[in-house]
Design a protein around this ligand. Structure first.
Ligand code: ATP
Ligand code: MG
Length: 774
């Protein structure tokens, strides 16, 4: 043990060695917070604390698994296995299962994913005959989610006129009813959504003092990583559980708080001192992850935020290369640059694919990156987006399995009752739903009693319903005797799912069957993995819970070598030798939706700080001057965040200067027209030019000006645009014929909106677009 402690610096050792009492570690990125938590847990165990008495809450289940493994290396795997470790959702789902009867839920309750919740809300909106353009299901779910995370139950909602008024003001006076309906339907289906896992845990701990006492006694030592991103509901759980022993250790970085939009509350960090007595506060200042250039660049960024705790972050690591900034003309070219650079670095420095990460603000940006990586045969993996388990064919299989475990699960039932087609039409399902609502029973229960209820169904339909019930019950029998793998194989055959998919011989159809095979493989791995841990486990319900709560990172087995692509939100806590932060453009990052208030902009800046601090050796910041968004080509300007970094830490790559591989004239769009591309360069690198600072103001169109042809005065643009007026019919080299419908800006920034006969309206910078008036 001593050996592991001596590997920490003094500041890190202090919180490890303080055995008892409340403590908070506030420190910047890469300073070893997560490492301190890991060593602290091992140290507690070495002092004789029982693994069963330690609860550690992490940001992903993968992080928990890794931590467990490291602790296992120190204290022995057998001991470490008994630690309670995981995300809030997975730990408390497990507790809720064993206490569910107290809340009136079955222990085999289903966990609805976002897709299920949205579908149910859509159904309710339809049944209530509301306008789905006003009552947008996803928005409504967001609202309900924020109520739940603030512990505003349906009852509390109806006792609060202010909330009702606010919803009425936003043209949704019936939101409360939808909320009530949704909660009732979930309950009837024996289902909890993600937010319920936290809300119901709070309910359990509040309503049942004996249950609270039991878990307080069990979790004598509680540790929370990424504490800055806990929401109110999570905060209350932690506070309740730690109330008796007060052995609570939280670590976090206010500068990395990036989930306010989901209800995370930075005050949880700021108020920690007030919540407990004699809180010890520790600060770590030395960064072990990144080079000096990266650490300093990140410091200079976060400095711009006004709301923050003062922190010092420094590193004894090498200076390292400067942060590279790359401009491209289109997002396609941006992708090609990233792929080429990865290719080059791999060749030059013998790097593995897994040492590179591409981070973006929104999932939609992955496409250009994927295309370019594929062309270069660089293997990659995308995290986030539509997860494997949400693909249609996979979800269909899972829904059958969910029904086996919990036949009351209505979302599962509605999804597969007539898939593959078995002659149970929408009208029948509607009748069943109405009856189920009327009798306050589940649809499955109505089907079981179809003979006793008069739903005006013909004999054929009744028979089909009975057959369905019999089929599910036969699966339940198999489930009692066989493992999840055998059952799933049986289900995919007996339901006709596989036969249905085999009808489609297109590559997509074949891919679907392969996906199901992958799922089967996953089930097998799961069973074997669980058996290794403690013999008896590995049941279907455990597998389904694992699936429901799997975050995307969890599926990464790390056994094949791929470039990682993910949103910055997902990258929290991770590190990679090479990191590309792409799409650094105004309105994209910072996002257009965040420009209204300072606090939103500051959250974007923290997100940028998180992105940059993932890099160990080399960070790249890239942006494109035009990009397809919402199906349109839009011009974009470099993000203010690039400007905000002190120039000393940046190196601007000029595509044309670099020559060779970086600049390929095979662009997606040749908006340059006839300009000699080699004459384009950023004005920024000119020695002695002070960088322009934007401070807090939204950036104007100024930044694009940095791009100007060399050897020409700034009037060059006049060559192109002087003679144009609205109404001119023009010819573009690539887009063909179009009419100018609007002109804006002046000089080098002058843009024309042109309605092309083919391809619709595009906005082009006149400086680049060579247009002939016809
Ligand atoms: P983040 O804020 O990004 O979550 P963090 O503060 O949790 O970062 P860690 O991930 O724990 O930081 O540590 C960053 C890196 O530095 C890791 O690779 C870790 O192993 C290494 N590290 C931490 N402390 C030390 C140390 N004392 N000596 C050597 N390496 C260390
Ligand atoms: Mg960490």
């Amino acid at each position: 043990m001593q050996q592991y402690i001596s590997q920490l610096n003094e500041a890190q050792q202090a919180p490890v060695l303080q055995k008892d009492g409340p403590m908070i570690i506030i420190a910047g990125a890469g300073s070893g917070k997560t490492r301190v938590l890991t060593v602290r847990i091992a140290y507690l165990m070495s002092l004789g604390v029982d693994a069963f008495n330690i609860l550690a809450l992490t940001f992903t289940n993968k992080a928990a698994r890794e931590m467990k493994k490291r602790i296992g290396d120190i204290v022995g795997a057998a001991e470490a296995k008994n630690l309670w470790m995981g995300t809030f959702h997975s730990v408390f789902a497990r507790i809720l299962r064993s206490e569910s009867d107290k809340l009136g839920y079955p222990s085999n309750f289903t966990i609805y994913d976002t897709q299920d919740s949205v579908r149910l809300i859509s159904a309710i909106i339809k049944e209530m005959q509301l306008d789905k353009d006003i009552y947008k299901p996803k928005q409504i779910l967001g609202r309900i989610s924020s109520y739940k995370n603030s512990l505003i139950t349906v009852k509390a909602y109806f006792n609060n006129p202010e909330l009702q008024e606010a919803d009425a003001m936003s043209k949704k006076p019936r939101l409360g009813e939808i909320y009530a309906n949704y909660v009732e339907r979930c309950f009837k289906a024996g289902a909890m959504d993600f937010d319920d896992l936290l809300l119901k845990t709070n309910e359990l701990l509040n309503r049942f003092p004996d249950v609270l006492a039991k878990y307080q006694d069990r979790f004598r030592y509680i540790l929370v990583d990424e504490y800055q991103d806990t929401n109110h509901s999570q905060y209350l759980i932690v506070r309740a559980l730690s109330d008796r022993f007060q052995n609570i250790c939280v670590v976090g970085d206010d500068a990395q708080s990036i989930y306010a939009f989901r209800g995370a509350n930075i005050n949880n960090i700021l108020n920690f001192q007030k919540d407990y007595e004699n809180v010890q506060t520790y600060r770590l200042e030395q960064n072990y992850r990144s080079t000096k250039n990266i650490v300093e660049a990140a410091n200079s960024i976060i400095d711009k935020n006004k709301t923050k705790l003062d922190k010092i972050v420094w590193t004894a690591n090498d200076l390292g290369p400067k942060v590279k900034v790359h401009r491209s003309i289109t997002d396609g070219e941006e992708g090609r640059f990233v792929a080429s650079e990865i290719f080059e670095q791999k060749m030059r420095n013998q790097m593995l694919n897994g040492q590179f990460a591409i981070l973006y603000r929104t999932n939609a940006q992955s496409r250009a990156m994927e295309d370019a990586l594929r062309k270069r045969d660089i293997p990659y993996r995308i995290y986030g987006g539509l997860s494997f388990y949400q693909r249609k064919e996979i979800k269909d299989v899972l829904c059958y399995l969910r029904l086996v475990i919990n036949p009351k699960d209505e979302e599962a039932l509605v999804r597969v009752i007539n898939y593959p087609a078995r002659g149970i039409g929408d009208t029948t399902v509607e009748k069943l739903t109405i009856a189920a609502n009327h009798y306050k029973r589940s649809i499955f229960e109505v089907m079981e009693n179809i003979d006793k209820i008069d739903l005006k169904l013909n004999a054929g339909t009744k028979q089909k319903l009975e057959d369905f019930v019999t089929m599910i019950k036969s699966f339940q029998v198999i489930n009692e005797q066989q493992d999840a793998f055998v059952l799933t194989e049986h289900v995919t055959k007996k339901t006709g799912l596989v036969q249905e998919l085999k009808k489609d011989a297109t590559p997509e159809g074949i891919a679907r069957i392969e996906n199901i095979e992958t799922l089967m493989g996953g089930i097998k791995d799961f069973i074997e993995g669980q058996r290794e841990i403690d013999g008896a486990r590995g049941s279907l319900s455990e597998f389904l819970e694992d699936v429901a709560l799997a975050t995307d990172l969890d599926k990464d087995t790390g056994d094949d070598d791929r470039v990682a692509l993910m949103t910055i939100h997902l990258a929290k806590g991770l590190e990679f030798p090479y990191v590309f932060v792409v799409g650094l453009e105004e309105d994209l990052f910072p996002s257009a939706m965040s420009l209204n208030t300072r606090s939103e902009l500051e959250e974007e800046r923290r997100l940028f700080y998180v992105a940059l601090t993932r890099a160990e050796h080399q960070a790249y910041l890239t942006y494109a001057q035009s990009r397809y968004r919402w199906g349109k080509l839009v011009d974009s300007e470099p993000s203010r965040f690039i400007e905000e970094i002190k120039d000393d830490y940046l190196e601007y790559i000029n595509p044309s200067d670099a020559g060779g591989y970086r600049y390929k004239p095979t662009m997606d769009l040749d908006i340059f027209g006839d300009i000699d591309k080699s004459k384009l360069r950023l004005t920024k690198p000119v020695a002695g030019t002070p960088p322009k600072k934007y401070g807090e103001e939204p950036v104007s169109s100024a930044t694009i000006r940095k791009l100007k042809p060399i050897g020409s005065n700034s009037n060059t643009s006049n060559l192109f645009d002087n003679k144009l007026t609205v109404g001119n019919i023009v010819m573009h080299e690539r887009f063909g014929k179009g009419e100018i419908i609007n002109l804006e800006g002046a000089g080098a920034d002058k843009k024309a909106e042109i309605k092309f006969e083919v391809g619709g309206i595009k906005k082009l910078l006149l400086r680049f677009a060579k247009l002939d008036v016809i």
